[in-house]
Design a protein around this ligand. Structure first.
Ligand code: MTE
Ligand code: MOS
Length: 807
């Protein structure tokens, strides 16, 4: 066992503790960036002037009228920028643009004595636009060949050979929507300048170092002149990995120009219309199975909807390509990726970072093909699991693949899947107008940043003369419990009680050059760094102790008088990683996190409405650092995933009218989020047993993102319930082999989408075409056309027929 993962006796890690700020959260005492405004005198408020066009040249900008509004202090425009007029790291995001790229794009910002003065000032600014053609829908952009950034391919084996040698070949299209982060705290920055011109920005940011860098390059000053602090976030979910930078830069610029503190906080509607979301994806695929249903080859093209600029679209795409396999061994693979440029918000990181989108493709393929292969979908999935010794398509060994099977078995036992499947079948036989479905789906998720350099972290640990301990580290707290875990790590490493340790807010002047708190790696990376710092201090203290039996306080006091350094900077980097993005091969992840979920749903036949009756989860967190925190992450991740897949429906105006490009779901009134009513009535979460992870801090595993993808089980359960409405499904012998009914389900599977899928099932589903290898066809009902709301693509098409057409 490595020293890093070894856990001492009486460790504080592993204890069931509440979140370190739980009491503050629930009493309203926890401070978020915007709460600081009350404590800051003479603050100015910022308000944007936003484009009403999806795409246009700004031909004239007249800020004069704003100064006629009482309380307006300053209008910020491109002419004010002393450094680089760009809010991103790719040089494609002008902070003050002369070409607007989406509805809501800020042209300039107005500073006022009050938020209302700033708002009225912004309304008074006159902008002339020359509208330009725009691309709003993803399919529109694909048709127009509007792409941005690199177009990587993950490839292994001989795809054409694999397909032609397959007993069953199918092709299809899978589309999925994006997702709004809807963190409770919207984007916020508060900037101040001190007497020496030093800029201090408090920002709701997952990546303080990058916020610092962008602020510095916009102001044209070195990084040491800018300090960024993040107290905590009211949720980030990836939405604050890159998107905060521009807002922080506007606040900082305003502050340097006026000498006063500047606050920029977006309203909910501004946040939804101005900031990036999860990427929607379009995937076209061909897949081959052998006679037993084992995957032979997958050929797919994934196109993400990047919005107007690159932002994090390329790394998100890379993670999608690296997760198309999910838990399954596919000998021959070619997965090609593209990022479309559309006139929408710049889509960005969101919990899972492309992984969910890649994995949805293969889960959709399996869910649609299982009936055509005459296999139970669960059996089809299980049959294709990786086994130890196999590699991913990008060449990384799938270590601990047996944990997938362990989790699968543990879940089947604890959730009584076999017995309940019988119950579901019996229920369906009795109920013509309501049907149930029970589906089990696996998760395999790679942990580490694909980009190797980001896998480093720092910490600063002080032991004061009285024996109390103050910890700083490079990670940010967004509700995920990172700080709780870091306090537990420090207490464990130093061998002191939890109460001795306090954690200070994240600041770039305490720990420099940090990575984003992202990729679920916050605890792995910062935990390694905190432990390193503690180990250094402890080593020195052990010399002072010299084998004597001294209490902690006594030891610390003695060390001080002996002039021994009582604080240390810790550092950690993940060993063994390499990644070549030019060929998309390497060993990008330290390990995989595994999980399995079983969901049972009930669908109502007249409306498509449904409820989630029960969910069981077995998830692999290694040896948990903080079990209650991990439980919260698993439950929360799952519910957020279920929201993405079933409820949350982003709609943009794709018409040619005046509102073209406008986000029509820009508030909680029209954008439906999961609430208590969507929680499963029965929700059992347990962790995988015997799951120590060697080489990671105290044997733990990352938990932030992987559970989101457990929600595929809900989508597949819905598909199975819908399938039960198909005409040929026997009421008398529900467990007998069913006719091959392949149901295409839109994502999100809203009740409306489920209703359309029901219509499809009632019409006999996606019928396999006669002559397709290995499938006994049923004749489709010719006078009931398939109705599809979102997609005009055919569903699962046996590819034999397709290629014949092409000949
Ligand atoms: N949990 C809460 N409560 N709030 C959040 O914003 N973000 C998620 C996840 N869990 C998030 C969360 C995302 S996108 C990531 S990458 C991880 O937490 C980041 O934190 P970690 O690396 O410390 O797990
Ligand atoms: Mo999480 S999407 O990596 O911030």
């Amino acid at each position: 066992m490595s020293r890093l993962s070894e856990r001492p006796e009486r460790a504080v890690v592993g204890e069931q503790l509440p979140h370190e700020s739980a009491a503050l959260h629930v009493t309203g005492h926890a401070l978020y960036t915007d709460d600081l405004v009350q404590r800051t005198p003479r603050v100015l408020h910022a308000h944007p002037v936003c484009s009403p066009h999806a795409h246009a040249h700004v031909t004239d900008l007249r800020v004069g009228p704003a100064y006629g509004v009482a309380g307006v202090v300053r209008v910020l425009t491109a002419a004010d920028v002393p450094g680089v007029n760009d809010a991103g790291v790719k040089n494609d995001e002008p902070l003050f643009p002369d070409e607007v790229m989406f509805v809501g794009h800020a042209v300039c910002w107005v500073l006022g004595e009050t938020a209302e003065a700033a708002r009225l000032g912004a309304a008074a600014v006159e902008v002339d636009y020359e509208p330009l053609p725009s691309l709003v829908g993803l399919r529109e952009a694909i048709a127009a060949h509007s792409f941005q950034g690199g177009q990587p391919t993950v490839e292994r084996g001989d795809v054409e050979g694999g397909i032609s040698g397959s007993a069953h070949v199918f092709s299809g299209v899978t589309e999925m929507a994006g997702q709004e982060h809807f963190y409770l705290e919207t984007h916020c920055s508060l900037a101040q300048v001190d007497e020496a011109g030093q800029v201090f920005v408090q920002s709701s940011t997952q990546h303080p170092t990058e916020t610092q860098e962008i602020v510095a390059h916009v102001l044209g000053v070195p990084s040491h002149a800018v300090t960024v602090q993040c107290l905590r976030m009211g949720g980030g979910f990836g939405g604050k990995e890159m998107q905060p930078h521009g807002f922080a830069a506007v606040a900082a610029l305003g502050s340097t120009l006026t000498g006063r503190p500047v606050r920029l906080r977006l309203s909910r509607q501004q946040d939804m219309t101005m900031t990036g979301k999860r990427h929607g994806f379009h995937a076209e695929w061909r897949v081959g199975f052998d006679a037993e249903g084992r995957l032979q080859a997958l050929d797919a093209t994934l196109t993400s909807d990047g919005g107007w600029s690159l932002d994090l679209s390329e790394p998100v795409l890379a993670r999608a390509l690296c997760h198309v396999d999910n838990a399954y061994w596919i000998p021959h693979v070619r997965v090609h990726g593209r990022v479309a440029r559309t006139h929408k918000t710049s889509q960005t990181a969101f919990r899972g970072f492309g992984g969910p989108q890649g994995m949805l493709v293969i889960e959709d393929v399996l869910g649609r093909c299982a009936p055509l292969l005459g296999l139970d979908p669960g059996e089809l999935r299980r049959r294709n699991f990786y086994v130890d010794g196999q590699d991913t398509p990008y060449g990384m060994p799938v270590r601990h693949a047996h944990r997938l099977v362990n989790a699968w078995d543990q879940l089947h036992a604890s959730a009584e899947v076999a017995r309940r499947q019988q119950e579901v079948a019996a229920f369906n036989a009795e109920h013509p107008h309501t049907k149930r479905g029970l589906a089990v789906t696996p998760v395999k998720f790679g942990i580490s940043f694909n980009f190797t350099a980001f896998n480093q972290a720092g910490a600063l640990v002080h032991v004061y003369k009285d024996g109390s301990v103050l910890v700083n580290h490079g990670g940010t707290e967004m509700g995920q419990g990172l700080h709780t875990k870091m306090i537990q790590v420090a207490a464990t490493a130093l061998g002191v009680p939890l109460e001795r340790v306090r954690l200070a807010p994240t600041r770039t002047d305490k720990v420099p050059n940090t990575s984003a708190t992202a990729a679920s790696s916050g605890a792995d990376l910062n935990g390694g760094a905190v432990k390193d710092a503690c180990d250094q201090i402890l080593e020195r203290l052990e010399q002072v102790r010299a084998g004597r039996d001294l209490g902690w306080e006594e030891l610390v006091r003695e060390a001080y008088f002996a002039r021994v350094q009582l604080w240390a900077a810790g550092f950690y980097r993940t060993e063994g990683l390499h990644w070549d993005s030019t060929v998309m091969r390497g060993h990008p992840f330290k390990y995989f996190a595994y999980g399995v979920a079983a969901a049972e749903v009930e669908v109502e036949g007249f409306t498509g409405g449904y409820t989630t009756r029960r969910v069981d989860i077995v998830h692999d967190v290694g040896d948990s650092l903080s079990p209650l925190v991990d439980l919260g992450q698993i439950e929360g991740g799952f519910v957020q995933g279920a929201g993405w897949l079933t409820l949350e429906d982003l709609r943009w105006d794709e018409s040619d009218g005046a509102g073209r490009g406008r986000l029509t779901t820009q508030a909680a009134s029209t954008y439906k989020l999961p609430a208590f009513s969507e929680m499963p009535a029965v929700f059992n979460v347990s962790v995988l047993e015997d799951a120590h992870e060697d080489g990671v801090v105290y044997g733990s595993k990352a938990v932030g993102e992987p559970p989101l993808m457990l929600a595929f089980s809900v989508r597949e359960a819905l598909r199975q319930a819908v399938t039960a409405f198909a005409p040929g499904v026997s009421r008398l012998a529900p467990l007998a082999p069913q006719p091959p009914v392949s149901v295409e389900l839109a994502s999100p599977a809203t009740p409306e989408a489920v209703w359309w899928a029901l219509e499809q099932a009632r019409a006999g589903g996606q019928q396999p075409v006669a002559g397709a290898p290995g499938v006994e066809p049923e004749q489709p009902d010719a006078d009931r056309p398939l109705l599809r709301p979102r997609s005009e693509h055919a569903g699962v098409v046996p590819a034999g027929q397709q290629s014949r057409e092409g000949d």
